[in-house]
Design a protein around this ligand. Structure first.
Ligand code: C2E
Ligand code: CA
Ligand code: CA
Length: 901
């Protein structure tokens, strides 16, 4: 034991010792209080600071002597025994200063760390400096509140050992202080990884560093104060592995020496609030090696106490900044270390590979996934793997990429230890060392078997028809594309069969959708059985199917021949009867055949050709096949361009209405039929027979029809002011599509309301096609309008599928004998018979009958002879503008109103 307050020198070990010796002996104001600054300037500075501290500290208090036994162990520069058993270091200087102020008699008790702790707990020691706080220690010891120092731990490596990250510690021996908090902390950090570290405990830090320096250990753990102080001389280097920030205190045994802790605490609070305090001077002293870094010349040049004060302030501020920066870096490094540890214990399978491409480490999740631990991996490398479209091991290619770009990732087929293959997502990332070389590689592997299953299912949904299991349109288009490319390249001819059932809708409507589905499934089976293995049978939707026959020979002739045979086979197969829940059923289909050799044709094109040919087969009477002809495409092209022009016509006022008068048997005008006229600036007059079907199929008819109705009503409104013209009726042609529209009745009533036209002046001409689809809806709408007074005529009567049963139910006013019968009524007995029947039917049903297309007086006379007394045709007048009707009436005022006039 030795007494400390009278210790004259606050020596340094080695580096600063030489400096101490240079200090002039005659100049000793009390070196224990001040850092040595060197030279006269330093001494002057010292004096000034001394004065300053004296002023700041105020008059020293008179204190009662108190013996304080203080443990001293070796942990420079915080605390240590200097040569000649003189205790020194940051903690010693600080406590000396407090002791001097408080009148404590310090007794320094040298001890080894563990021993010191035991002595403190037992009460043999009153104070132990440099104790890191931990909750366990707080159960045995008391601490003051304000930390005396902040520190952290670092791993130092021997110069020839590479340690850049936690992973590099695997298999290494690490020297550290026996029983230190660092060991517990580090163990906890590594607990969840399988990084194996062998700890080599030592009694003091000097020994820790000696062991690492001499090769007994590969690395050492020390606090940063000791490390910075001793690493260089021990041949050690610091590493980026920083951890465990600690707060350091003077500790005392539990429940003892509260007065000491209080005094230390309040002094620390004061000191730490003041950058010029003794506290910061002391830190600076021990960290700078005792030399003031201010050149003497500067002292002379500037001089003055204020400047000195500023410099001292600056130094303290610098220190604080340094501490703050290191603390931040520490926090970051600490955080990344924690993340690394957390990741390694994560659910994701991970492995670490050394620069020699041998696996160093795998985590538990990897072992769980693959069964492998590093030692059971063949040649200690990652297991061979393949890609979906290749059976070759891809490891070499992977390494090539990692080497080049630092990273590789892909979906792979990997192998488990038991040999089982599985789909995985693999990433491998190179981890560079600070010098740029790759220190190791980190990989992750995710089992994506489940995800693949879901993908497969999604793929089925995306590419196959759920009802029949056949490829859908998307997949078919893909196959067509492929076939087109292959045939183009190899000079082969293929064929596409476009199949549409002839009466599926009826079956679906009468037997229900469930039976309809059964039916489609059976059709799919028959198509499959009647085609070749290599053919693709697809369902486009509804009752449309396609058979794609990719290679039908080298010549078009051969392909025509073969596809004809194939289509016949399909027709025959489809016609066989079907056993369905609703009983047995028969059907037929229409087939369009489009040949292809590949060049200049898109998949969509080919499909459309098949569709066109199929449509042609339907027109040819169904249950038959039809080959695609280029004319079909030309017609389609015309249609398409017509549609484009028609859109412009609607917007650009190219449409107008003509009227064709209708007469009774006494040559009196009864009304006029409104007929659309389109004058296209380039095409000239386009006949309605050409553009009305286009308007119908494109949906434009809704817009056009509404316009026609409005024009007709406006015309009626105009005529309503004239006593004669006001008696005329206007017939308006309404397309099925237009009449089908739910808003149609509303449209008509609104128009009548807006124009104030009497409903009985308006006659709507419907065709028989309207009666085929949804007859109930048709009847309902007709009733609604007829109740208002609107009249109805059945146009083109005799050409469609007339059925007496529905004719009776329709609220009609008139039947219109189609002009095709009228044309040959005198020459073709059949037409005459039909005309007669129509008249008879009309009479029986109480309906009026009008003949259209009456061109000659003979025709008119014949019609009159069979009982038809209303006429429309060139014999009377050609269709013309409304003004023409007005002129005709003015010239010959024979006008008669029919019905409700
Ligand atoms: P449609 O309803 O049968 O109209 C009668 C057609 O016969 C008109 O042809 C008319 O000009 C023509 N015609 C009249 N008298 C004679 C004659 O003595 N001899 C000959 N050879 N033909 C005669 P257009 O104007 O070419 O109309 C053709 C078809 O276009 C109409 O046949 C009708 O189905 C449709 N259409 C015309 N305007 C409209 C309309 O506004 N809406 C709808 N949906 N269809 C219309
Ligand atoms: Ca008509
Ligand atoms: Ca007609």
């Amino acid at each position: 034991m030795f007494s400390g307050n009278d210790d004259p020198a606050r020596g340094r070990t080695r580096r600063c010792l030489a400096h101490h010796l240079q200090q002039p002996a005659d100049n000793k104001p009390d070196p224990s209080l001040q850092p040595a600054l060197g030279g006269r300037a330093a001494r002057a500075a010292m004096w000034l600071l001394l004065v300053l501290i004296a002023v700041l500290a105020g008059p020293a208090r008179i204190a009662i002597a108190r013996d304080v036994r203080l443990g001293v162990y070796d942990n420079p520069p915080k605390i240590f025994m200097q040569p000649e058993n003189r205790p020194g270091g940051i903690f010693i200087d600080l406590v000396r200063q407090i002791a001097a102020e408080k009148g404590w008699q310090l007794q320094f008790v040298p001890c080894q760390w563990q021993q010191c702790l035991a002595a403190l707990e037992s009460g043999e020691l009153d104070l132990l400096p440099d104790v890191a706080y931990s909750s366990e220690r707080a159960e045995m010891l008391d601490f003051h509140a304000t930390p005396a120092l902040f520190s952290w731990s670092l791993i130092y490596r021997r110069r020839d050992v590479t340690i850049n990250s936690l992973f590099d510690l695997n298999g290494k021996r690490v020297a550290l202080l026996r029983g230190s908090v660092q060991q517990a902390y580090f163990n906890e950090l590594l607990r969840h990884s399988s990084i194996q570290v062998t700890f080599v405990p030592a009694e003091n830090l000097a020994q820790v560093f000696r062991m690492a320096g001499s090769g007994e250990a590969d690395a050492a753990i020390a606090n940063k104060y000791f490390g910075d102080f001793a690493a260089h001389d021990s041949g050690l280097r610091d590493t980026p592995i920083v951890f465990q920030p600690v707060r350091l205190f003077y500790a005392t045994g539990k429940g003892r020496n509260a007065d000491l802790l209080d005094a230390i605490n309040s002094r620390l609070i004061e000191w730490q609030a003041d950058p010029q305090s003794f506290y910061f001077d002391t830190l600076r002293y021990w960290q700078q090696g005792g030399e003031a870094r201010i050149p003497p010349a500067l002292w002379w040049a500037m001089g003055g106490a204020m400047l000195l004060l500023l410099c001292a302030f600056g130094a303290a501020a610098y220190l604080r900044r340094e501490v703050a920066a290191r603390t931040l870096a520490l926090r970051r490094s600490e955080q990344s270390l924690r993340i690394a540890a957390a990741v390694f214990q994560s659910q994701e399978a991970m492995f670490v590979i050394g620069p020699d491409r041998k696996v160093i480490e795998v985590n538990q999740a990897y072992t769980d996934m693959t069964g492998y631990v590093p030692d059971t991996l063949p040649e200690r490398t990652i297991p061979s793997f393949t890609l979906e479209d290749s059976v070759l091991d891809q490891r070499a290619a992977m390494w090539e990429t990692v080497q080049r770009s630092g990273r590789w990732q892909s979906e792979i087929w990997s192998r488990k230890q038991g040999g089982e293959h599985f789909a995985a997502w693999l990433t491998v990332t190179a981890v560079p060392a600070p010098d740029g070389a790759i220190s190791h590689y980190v990989g992750t592997q995710t089992d994506i078997t489940e995800r693949k299953l879901v993908q497969d299912q999604a793929m089925r949904l995306a590419f196959y028809d759920p009802l029949t299991g056949l490829p859908n349109r998307r997949l078919l288009l893909d196959r067509i594309q492929h076939a087109l490319a292959m045939n183009a390249r190899h000079g082969r001819v293929g064929a596409l069969l476009f199949i549409d059932l002839d009466n599926f809708k009826d079956l679906n409507d009468t037997l229900g959708h469930e039976v309809g589905d059964q039916f489609l499934q059976q059709i799919a089976q028959r198509l499959s059985h009647s085609s070749r293995e290599a053919d693709t049978i697809a369902r486009l939707g509804g009752d449309e199917f396609v058979i794609l026959m990719e290679d039908m020979g080298a010549s078009e002739e051969a392909a025509t021949q073969q596809s004809h045979v194939a289509a016949r086979k399909v027709l025959a197969a489809v016609t066989q009867s079907y056993a369905l829940s609703g009983g047995s059923h028969h059907t037929t289909c229409s087939i369009g055949i489009a040949l292809f050799s590949g060049a200049g044709l898109s998949a969509q094109d080919l499909l459309r050709r098949g569709d066109l040919a199929m449509y042609q087969a339907k027109k040819a009477g169904r249950n038959t096949l039809c080959f695609f002809q280029p004319e079909m495409e030309r017609a389609l092209t015309l249609r398409t361009s017509l549609e484009l022009d028609l859109r412009e016509a609607v917007a650009g006022n190219q449409l107008m209405l003509h009227y064709q008068p209708q007469f009774d048997g006494e040559n009196r005008m009864t009304g006029a039929e409104a007929l659309l006229r389109w004058h296209h600036p380039g095409r000239g007059a386009v006949p309605p027979g050409l553009f009305i079907p286009v308007a119908e199929s494109s949906g434009l008819i809704l817009q056009i029809g509404a316009w026609v109705l409005r024009q007709a009503c406006l015309q009626l409104a105009e005529w309503s002011g004239d006593p004669v013209l006001s008696q005329l009726q206007i017939s308006v042609n309404v397309s099925a599509r237009q009449f089908r529209d739910a808003t149609f009745p509303r449209q008509v009533t609104d128009l009548l309301g807006q124009t104030g036209v009497r409903p009985s002046r308006l006659k709507i001409e419907l065709t028989e096609t309207m009666m085929i689809e949804d007859i109930e809806d048709t009847i309902a709408k007709m009733r609604l309008l007829r109740d208002l007074g609107v009249c109805f005529a059945l146009d083109d009567f005799g050409t469609g599928y007339s059925s007496l049963s529905y004719l009776k139910r329709l609220p009609l006013d008139q039947l219109k004998i189609d002009q095709s019968f009228v044309a040959d009524i005198l020459t073709d007995p059949n037409d005459a018979v039909i005309a007669r029947s129509v008249v008879a039917l009309g009479t029986a049903l109480g309906l009026g009958v009008i003949a259209e297309g009456v061109e000659t007086a003979e025709q008119r006379d014949f019609l009159a002879s069979i009982g038809c007394h209303h006429y429309q045709g060139y014999l009377y007048a050609r269709p013309g503008p409304a003004s023409m009707v007005g002129e005709l009436v003015r010239a010959d005022r024979t006008v008669v109103a029919i019905k409700n006039a």
